[in-house]
Design a protein. Structure first.
Length: 106
């Protein structure tokens, strides 16, 4: 493989990575806890967009439980977001072998 081909391939991968990152920023992923009474929505770039709490989950006597549910829902959504990002980026860098690290892969 010539140097020109390698540079062209690297530039195409960089463009594809930029496209995937933009797509991840626009993709919403949901997580939940407590059987769905607490829902968290994050982007594919792991930015929290919103928390929804079913009014039946709000017990003034047990705020600790609600806080735990919120944390669990956010963590569930973030894990889904991480898996989505790994899947999309892995499809891009998966066939590169040793070049993946040079081009921003893990």
């Amino acid at each position: 493989m010539g140097m020109g081909n390698l540079q062209r391939m690297a530039m195409q991968m960089q463009q594809e990575m930029t496209r995937i990152q933009a797509e991840l920023a626009e993709t919403e992923v949901e997580g939940s806890a407590g059987g769905g009474v607490v829902r968290a929505v994050v982007t594919g770039k792991q930015e929290l967009l919103k928390i929804e709490i079913d009014p039946t989950a709000v017990d003034p006597e047990d705020v600790d439980m609600l806080q735990d549910l919120v944390v669990a829902a956010v963590n569930d959504a973030l894990e889904s977001s991480r898996r989505l990002a790994e899947q999309k980026m892995g499809a891009l860098t998966g066939g590169l072998g040793g070049l993946g690290g040079l081009l921003g892969g893990r």
